[in-house]
Design a protein around this ligand. Structure first.
Ligand code: ATP
Ligand code: MG
Length: 560
């Protein structure tokens, strides 16, 4: 019966769903996952993928997902990061069952270490971490046993307790599992379980000066929380046997680990360590600089949570590492914003147009549709006056044949307003076009001609008198090379690949309703792209971010 269900569904299931359905078929009653960030930086789009997988699977199978901070290294971790991580997960639309910290388990982990010592499965080693590394051997050669390997359980217990009590300086001793110095998996060559770090921990303060290593802490933490499916990225597959070994040796709840391929994106660097460097060196405005791949940056830039979730869904889960085209992420945000973002008019490269037969001082309000994809979004009034701005590239003095926008003697439709005709091109002494003199057809209000003549071009505009000025930040990729680590042109590091034009600031002229636009709420500037007010924006100085352009390179590539 169960296999039948599996067979009919097989095509649409990803391999993690298959694993879960198999375990349910074998009698597993619960699905319990966890998302285990280390609070040593802000979450990025790769973490978003992991969040969507862990929370998504739990939701799909009626289970729960815990949030567990992997806070075993007091030196690199901070509450600032804890808070940001919680905020980002909530923003993505997920709720954790319980919030836990690996540090909640320090007492339990210590007791289990004592159990392993008593069983003769762990010992205190006086070698330095460097000596330990040097005697670990290689893939083809076995390692060398430590001279301290055969200490008695009593001596180990005594030393371990004194390590905990703070009797020894950093690096003086470690606790190691006693497994096999000739094991083909290097991680089994007496892995370090605890090291001494005299540092204040953001949660446990100065209670501890010995801290567990990832391999000793992670599986046991999963086990304590009775995690059924511990999902992590591919590079941890070599750790899985060790994960199982500790659980077996302790005879505790058997959590299991499963690996999927981490997300890599073109033009994007994901490592928290390097992102921290960018922040510290001032190469970006902060962790939430819209050019960063962090979740808070995507939020600031105007991405919606739905678009990030859709992206995670679209790239799916793979068993092999690959690099995803950044254009896919942009495709997802465009798709979502096209549905939800209201339309507004804004001119980013203004050319002044004087409508010579329109009365001085007159103002009219035209009704504009907020979102053609959603009638419920309603309409708004946009002021029109004698002087307006249009985009400079919506006019050409000597246009090619199929140019339907404004040209000398030609007519164009102003979106929602009138038909105008270009009568005169005004230039400065250098020959640069400074303004256009046009006439309008008073019978064409709302955009249709009274005599049925066809005018093909439609352009957007803003009233020069009523427009509000804003700083508009146009973003491009932070790196100019598809692979940030590209060294094919003699670059010495990824820093050489930073894109000097990744942020360009211009002044835009926006229809007045945009003065009230809430920070982070994205609109479509008609015919241009999606934009939202930045966190730097204020009443005195509006700042808008470009979320994404309208042009969709991915859809185009896919059609070819
Ligand atoms: P980084 O190397 O970017 O600093 P990390 O793996 O050290 O990331 P953690 O805080 O340890 O960051 O990660 C929390 C979870 O997110 C882990 O389960 C990890 O496997 C997952 N994760 C991290 N980066 C990615 C990625 N690029 N794609 C998918 N999952 C990821
Ligand atoms: Mg990590």
């Amino acid at each position: 019966m169960a296999t039948e269900v599996n067979e009919t569904k097989e095509k649409s299931l990803n391999f993690l769903e298959e694993i879960i359905e198999e375990s349910i078929a074998k009698g597993e009653k619960r699905v319990q996952t966890r998302f285990p960030p280390e609070p040593n930086g802000y979450l990025h789009i790769g973490h978003a993928k992991s969040i969507c997988i862990n929370f998504g699977l739990a939701k799909k199978y009626g289970g729960l997902c815990n949030l567990r901070f992997d806070d075993t290294n007091p030196v690199k971790e901070d509450v600032e990061y804890v808070d940001s991580i919680k905020r980002d997960i909530e923003w993505l639309g997920f709720k954790w069952a319980v919030e836990r910290y690996a540090s909640d388990y320090f007492d339990q982990l210590y007791e289990w270490a004592v159990v392993l010592i008593k069983k003769g499965l762990a010992y205190v080693d006086d070698q330095t971490q460097e000596q330990i590394r040097e005697t670990r051997g290689t893939v083809s050669e076995p390692g060398k046993e430590s001279p301290w390997r055969n200490r008695s359980a009593e001596e180990n217990l005594d030393l371990f307790e004194r390590m905990k009590a703070g009797e020894f300086p950093d690096g003086a001793k470690v606790l190691r599992a006693k497994i096999d110095m000739a094991h083909p998996n290097m991680l089994f060559r007496d892995p370090i379980m605890y090291r001494i770090i005299h540092a204040e921990h953001h949660r446990t303060g100065n209670k501890w000066c010995i801290y567990p290593m990832y391999d000793y802490a992670h599986g046991q933490s999963d086990s304590i929380e009775k995690i059924t499916h511990s999902i992590c990225t591919l590079e941890f597959d070599v750790h899985r046997p060790l994960y199982d070994w500790f659980i077996d040796a302790l005879g505790i709840y058997p959590s299991h680990q499963y690996e999927f391929a981490r997300l890599n994106l073109t033009y994007t660097m994901m490592s928290k360590r390097n992102l921290l460097k960018l922040v510290n060196e001032g190469a970006v405005m902060g962790w939430d600089d819209p050019r960063m791949p962090t979740i808070c940056a995507l939020r600031r830039k105007g991405y919606t949570p739905a678009s990030v979730r859709a992206f995670a869904e679209m790239v799916g889960v793979a068993k092999r590492d690959n690099v995803i085209d950044l254009a896919k992420l942009e495709y997802c945000v465009r798709e979502d914003l096209n549905k939800v973002a209201e339309r507004r008019m804004a001119v980013l490269d203004p050319l002044k147009v004087v409508i010579t037969n329109y009365p001085q001082g007159k103002v009219e309000y035209f009704e504009c549709v907020n979102n053609p994809e959603n009638e419920a979004a309603g309409k708004r009034q946009v002021p029109f006056s004698r002087e307006i701005y249009i985009e400079r590239d919506d006019f050409m003095e000597n246009p090619p044949k199929k140019y339907f926008r404004l040209q000398p003697g030609g007519e164009v439709r102003l979106r929602y307003a009138y038909l105008i005709k270009c009568e005169e091109v005004i230039k400065d002494a250098q020959g640069n076009i400074t303004e256009l003199h046009c006439t309008y057809d008073p019978m064409s209000g709302g955009g249709s001609s009274s005599d049925g003549r066809r005018v093909k071009g439609v352009i957007h505009w803003v009233s020069a008198q009523y427009a509000v000025e804003a700083e508009v930040r146009l973003f491009d990729t932070l790196f100019r090379t598809e692979d940030p680590n590209d060294t094919s042109e003699g670059q010495t590091s990824w820093e050489d690949n930073l894109n000097p034009a990744s942020m360009v600031k211009i002044t835009g002229y926006l229809e007045p309703s945009l003065r009230e636009q809430p920070i982070g709420k994205t609109v479509q500037f008609e015919r241009i792209g999606y934009f939202c007010p930045d966190t730097d924006s204020s009443n005195d100085h509006l700042v808008f971010n470009r979320t994404v352009t309208l042009k969709d390179s991915w859809a185009k590539i896919n059609k070819q």
